[in-house]
Design a protein around this ligand. Structure first.
Ligand code: HEM
Length: 501
């Protein structure tokens, strides 16, 4: 009797709650049904071990605490590979050296398809950044290679420094900031166009919109993209705004009839269809500028927590300025002009300290989980079946935080020797057939931003009460995009040096 009263009461409450409650309930029921159905099918004998939870319970930890969730998966199954379902998507997580070798080289494993479903932070506009045919993706990759030819990359040095200078000027003589708020805007120029990067308001707006995409990437928006949740609507709106900014910039360039020296002009001059141009800028702004901005945040943070490395890096750049620009000390030229006088070749080949700092930063503060979809026939990884159509993941923590390969793995130590005995022992720029295609540009940009900051400012990491911290904060690998520690837990305190930026 009490049960039926309870059910009646619940039914009455539901009816009186109106459409939103009924809609939510219907969705929950649907999810439970999908979850139960997916748990009923039998796995093949050579299938990886399955997580001992209903698939419904994987969703939130997968999106919100991925590092902990994946570690738990390996622990609870006691295997080097395990599987779980994200609604109707079968996901297999692999680890270990031989898994890495197959993962980064197998022909059928497709990066674009993997990211589309499991990542979700890239703005998806059908036919522009999603559903691009292979031919269009190939064109975009070809254009990316063009941006990074010697001549073009050399030409980008001065404007990239000028962008950074302009942004750093606004920081005043001293103060403190959260690098995750301020540093991203330093890295927009190289990929877009003057119509966007010359306008600080548009750059700030873009940053806000991409932040909206990050925050708006909830389990529901990725797995049930058709569900009109508030997060999904916000995401849709942000995507449209970004699209409009890019399209307006292209239209302004075309109408002006003025030809400029930037990435947009190169794309337009190549005669590419509009879809490719917009897709290039939207897709790579997020893949590129976001990754570069985040890495720059972490480089400055590690250097602020390790003054000995900050001083070494600064001495390296001062040495370059002195050798390439002998009159620098007596010159009234600004710091950014002096740095712009250093050749691309020198930035690339004569900065071993900056190189080792970038390398160590990407090892310890890039919480990437590589994702693929098996578009080919079934394959085996370490004897475990990867069916056709399944998603496969490889968490970078498996190698980068592995104490057998990197002793004391959480320690920031740019002196670490390169490990050559283990296959793919370093994947900071990916590996095999999916190595980062923007690496050359990103490395130069990271060096320029860091060099200008180190010569223009003295800085230290401070804790939430403003006291100088004993070291940098610990990267938070559960934050899948930025690795950002708890907000407010640290800042970078800085003082301007006497030199003009
Ligand atoms: C510090 C900055 C960057 C880092 C750390 C980085 C890192 C990576 C990594 C780890 C991958 C492989 C992903 C995987 O295997 O799942 C990758 C792929 C890629 N990156 Fe970057 N990246 C950076 C900047 C850029 C920039 C600036 C661009 C473009 C302008 C870019 C374009 C790409 C592309 C197109 C791919 C996919 C390659 C393919 O499909 O084979 N990246 N990147």
């Amino acid at each position: 009797m009490p049960y039926s009263v309870g059910i009646q009461a619940a039914g009455a409450a539901l009816l009186s709650a109106g459409f939103p409650a009924m809609f939510t309930t219907a969705i929950v029921v649907l999810l439970v049904i999908v979850s139960v159905i997916s748990s009923l099918h039998k796995d093949a004998a050579d299938a990886p071990a399955r997580l001992p939870i209903y698939s419904l319970f994987s969703i939130v930890p997968f999106f919100r605490r991925r590092f902990d969730f994946l570690n738990w998966g390996f622990q609870v199954t006691g295997q080097s590979a395990f599987q779980f379902d994200l609604l109707r998507n079968n996901v297999i997580v692999v680890s270990g050296e031989s898994a890495r070798e197959t993962f980064f080289s197998a022909k059928g494993l497709d990066l674009t398809e993997g990211f589309k479903i499991l990542s979700g932070a890239i703005p998806m506009v059908r036919g522009v950044t999603s559903d691009l045919q292979t031919k269009r993706i190939a064109t975009i990759h070809k254009r990316l290679a063009s941006v990074q030819r010697n001549e073009r990359l050399s030409m980008l040095i001065r404007p990239m420094l000028e962008d950074s200078r302009r942004a750093m000027e606004t920081w005043g003589n001293s103060g403190s900031f959260d690098p995750f708020d301020n540093v991203y805007e330093l890295t927009v120029r190289s990929l877009s166009c003057s119509e966007i990067s010359d306008d600080p308001c548009v750059v700030a707006r873009l940053k806000k919109l991409y932040d909206t995409l990050d925050v708006g990437t909830t389990p529901a928006t990725v797995l049930l993209p058709w569900l009109p949740t508030p997060a999904m609507l916000k995401k849709l709106w942000a995507t449209k705004e970004i699209y409009d900014i890019v399209v307006a910039a292209i239209a302004a360039r075309e109408q002006s009839g003025v030809s400029r020296d930037d990435t947009l002009q190169m794309l337009l001059d190549s005669g590419d269809e509009k879809l490719v141009v917009v897709g290039f800028i939207m897709g790579l702004l997020i893949a590129g500028a976001r990754a570069t901005g985040t890495t720059a945040c972490w480089m400055l943070t590690f250097l602020g927590g390790h003054p000995e490395w900050r001083d070494k890096a600064r001495a390296e750049v001062e040495g370059l300025v002195a050798s390439q620009y002998p009159a620098a000390a007596s010159s009234s030229d600004s710091l950014s002009s002096q740095l712009a006088g250093i050749s691309l070749e020198t930035w690339e080949a004569e900065t071993p300290v900056l190189d080792s700092i970038i390398r160590e930063t990407l090892r310890i503060a890039q919480p990437h989980t590589a994702m693929r979809r098996n578009l080919g026939a079934e394959i085996h990884i370490e004897g475990k079946l990867i069916p056709s159509g399944a998603y496969v993941m490889y968490p970078f923590s498996d190698v980068h935080l592995n104490p057998d390969i990197y002793p004391d793995p959480w320690k920031f130590d740019p002196t670490r020797e390169r490990e050559t005995k283990t296959a793919y022992s370093y994947v900071g720029w990916g590996g095999g057939k999916t190595t980062c295609l923007g690496q050359r540009l990103a490395r130069v940009e990271l060096k320029l931003v860091t060099a200008l900051f180190l010569l223009g400012f003295q800085h230290r990491v401070v804790d939430s009460s403003g006291k100088v911290a004993s070291g940098p904060p610990l990267p938070n690998w559960n934050d899948i995009l930025l690795c950002r520690p708890p907000q407010g837990s640290f800042k970078l305190a800085y003082e301007r040096s006497k030199t003009t930026l």
